[in-house]
Design a protein around this ligand. Structure first.
Ligand SMILES: [Zn+2]
Length: 237
């Protein structure tokens, strides 16, 4: 199949990107920018978009494994390689040896750096935010633990005096335990102390401290607590 040059009208192969006669770049030729490829790699390389941009189907592997963040590291390295590649080598590889002039130098340095920065912040946020969330949730649960600990001596002395567990909080005849915004309900049920974090913390379940007579003393077991293990004090896990 032949066609005619869009510039000089000479007959030429349909798939040829450039006219041999007048040198005009043909409409069917899509120039692959080196800088654009690098910028895409730095920004959305996690999903393999730079590979799709370059017409490479195996960008799909980036897409499949984006959740591991490994494609992002690969893409950042590839972006750096793109920038380090000379325009001539790049054009030979991706533009069938054709050139649309040299790409601007300033953009080459600044834009990718901005995207590296954004990518780094993204990675750090993705790792650090859940860790920070766990940390704050643990400290909120700790406030419930402190409330439970306030009640333990009262439950113990009640049990020693009457040889039975207090049925509820009222039986203890003590001032209401000091709580905080992060502590929801405080209950005693047959000696068992149950303290639940406030609903506003978003932490489901409760700390459950079960008293057990051990010789002449009482030990407290909180391994039956119903809060997510990630947020429990170490001795309750
Ligand atoms: Zn021509």
């Amino acid at each position: 199949m032949n066609k005619y040059c869009s510039s000089c009208g000479v007959e030429m192969p349909a798939e040829a990107p450039q006219c041999r006669s007048c040198g005009a770049i043909q409409d069917n030729f899509v120039y692959k920018s080196r800088v654009a490829a690098a910028v895409i790699a730095f920004s959305t390389g996690l999903f393999g978009i730079h590979r799709f941009y370059l017409g490479q189907w195996w960008g799909i592997f980036y897409l499949l494994f984006f959740w591991t963040y490994i494609p992002m590291l690969v893409a950042i390295i590839e972006g750096i390689v793109f920038l380090a590649t000379s325009q001539k080598v790049w054009n030979d590889k991706y533009n069938r040896g054709l050139s649309l002039g040299t790409e601007k130098g300033g953009v080459v340095v600044i834009v990718p750096l901005v995207f590296i920065g954004i990518a780094m912040v993204g990675i750090i946020a993705a790792i650090a935010l859940p860790a920070y969330q766990d940390y704050t949730n643990r400290s909120k649960v700790l406030e419930s633990k402190l409330v439970a600990q306030q009640l333990m001596p009262a439950v113990e002395s009640y049990a020693f005096e009457r040889q039975q567990w207090p049925r509820n909080l009222e039986q203890l005849d003590i001032a209401a335990p000091r709580t905080s915004d992060n502590v929801g309900s405080v209950e005693i049920d047959a000696g068992v102390i149950i303290v639940a974090p406030a609903a506003s913390t978003g932490i489901a379940g409760a700390l459950v401290y079960i008293p057990k007579a051990q010789g002449s003393s009482i030990v407290w077991d909180c391994t039956e607590s119903t809060i997510d293990k990630r947020y429990l004090p170490a001795d309750c896990r």
